[in-house]
Write a protein that binds this ligand. Structure first.
Ligand SMILES: Cc1cc2nc3c(=O)[nH]c(=O)nc-3n(C[C@H](O)[C@H](O)[C@H](O)COP(=O)(O)O)c2cc1C
Length: 169
């Protein structure tokens, strides 16, 4: 079984998970930018990882366009700032796919975190706006607002297990 893990990552969480998954499956791990040049027919399992950006999994659409017509096993993972237990994750993940796509793939959410130090100016500004909105709606002492105020890292190799098992089935 030969696996390809493609990823799109800005602040490192998705890249870290891609590497863990690549190690576990002994597959190739590549930045999605290199994806177009790759021969997908050389692989049995195609895996894509992107970060959540206002509910959308970054870069997933071009990946699905290339990967699904191959008929190979396809898995998608998304990292985000939410803890794994957040009940909003499942419907948010589902909204990224059409019914047809959903039937042909498996999607997994892997908790990342926030890394303000590695964020670009635009993302920092967007997060500042989101923080301000959260403060207004939920209050300064809310858990959510407090969490958004500094960088944190929820990532853990243990979260890749369901995805790895699906790919090995
Ligand atoms: C502008 C912006 C929007 C975001 N939107 C979401 C979101 O909708 N849901 C979520 O869980 N995390 C969201 N995040 C957090 C990122 O998805 C999270 O930090 C992710 O792990 C980053 O991945 P990376 O380190 O590979 O770039 C957002 C972050 C930024 C900067």
């Amino acid at each position: 079984m030969k696996a390809l893990v493609l990823y799109k990552s800005k602040t490192g969480f998705t890249k870290k998970y891609a590497k863990w998954i690549g190690q576990a499956l002994q597959g190739d791990v590549k930045d999605a930018k290199e994806g177009k040049k790759l021969d997908l027919s050389a692989y049995d399992v195609l895996i894509y990882g992107g970060y959540c950006h206002a509910g959308f999994i970054s870069g997933v659409k071009p990946f699905l366009q290339a990967a699904l017509p191959t008929g190979k096993k396809v898995a998608v993972f998304a990292t985000g700032a939410s803890p794994a237990e957040n009940p909003e994750i499942e419907p948010a993940m589902r909204r990224n796919f059409t019914d047809d796509q959903w039937n042909k793939l498996r999607a997994f959410y892997l908790p990342g975190g926030l890394n303000y130090e590695a964020m670009g100016a635009v993302d920092k500004a967007l997060m500042a706006a989101f923080r301000a909105m959260t403060k207004k709606q939920e209050g300064e002492s809310s858990e959510m607002y407090q969490m958004l105020c500094k960088s944190y890292d929820l990532s853990d190799e243990k979260y890749i297990q369901p995805l790895v098992e699906y790919c090995q089935e």
